[in-house]
Design a protein around this ligand. Sequence first.
Ligand SMILES: Cc1ncc(COP(=O)(O)O)c(C=O)c1O
Length: 292
Amino acid sequence: MSRVAYVNGRYLPHAEAAVHVEDRGLQFADGVYEVIAIVNGRPIDLGGHMTRLARSLRELRMAMPMPARPLRIVLREVVRRNRVRNGIVYLQVSRGAYKRDHPFPPPSVLPSLVVTARSGVAPSASMVENGVGVVTVADQRWARRDIKSVSLLPNVLAKQHAKDMGAYEAWQVDRDGFVTEGTSTNAWIVTQDGTLVTRPLGHDILAGITRDAVLRLAREAGLTVEERPFTVDEARAAREAFISSTTAAALPIVRIDDAVIANGVPGSITRQVWDLYEGYMAGPGAEDWIDG
Ligand SMILES: Cc1ncc(COP(=O)(O)O)c(C=O)c1O
């Protein structure tokens, strides 16, 4: 089946879909993005993603490419045209195309909007069953990681390093030895007394939509949750660990560098969190495309 992408007002064959050579996303990474999971044809936490998109744009003094409702319709249409039942829809907004110069272009230059969708990005059954490894790397990113910017070079390099080391993800570590987050996931540990720990929100990490849902679900299920920084040493000695994201859900970690976590198999609390999140995606997390 041929794929379709949306670019600035047009639905195009994927192979022909392109932005201008002077698009600021291309030239300066001057743009933001969102990735939304599609489960059984419905978007997970679409409202949360739309709110975060609006915030990222506001922080960068960029305009919404269109009002929220038509944007939701475009997302739905790209998912429909690509026949995605389970997968993701990706959207990127840049500050538009203009002759290359660092300051913002004049307000008459419209933002660029690109939307793509594809099936099947969930972790494999064996990854969920057996867990995955992470390696730790120095966090080399800029100081506003709360903005979901397309400027992902340090994340790309760290993820490639993880891959080279046979790991699934890299946990980035701040100067004081505390884990910030993965390259495309938030980081969690479970302490020996069963407390879930994840770094508090701030400028150092992205406010993961999945992180937020997991926090809520865990608390509702009566688990103890602490939002505080944790060190690599604490993580290596943890009872369990996992990562959360739109595409990874709540994936168990069984190795951090050379340290084996949870005896090398996903632990019971992580499994509980996974099940809670699966139930959430099959139920209340699956939203309507158009609200209200
Ligand atoms: C750096 C970073 N942290 C965390 C996340 C997880 O966020 P979400 O749960 O909204 O997918 C992502 C997702 O892409 C990310 O890029």
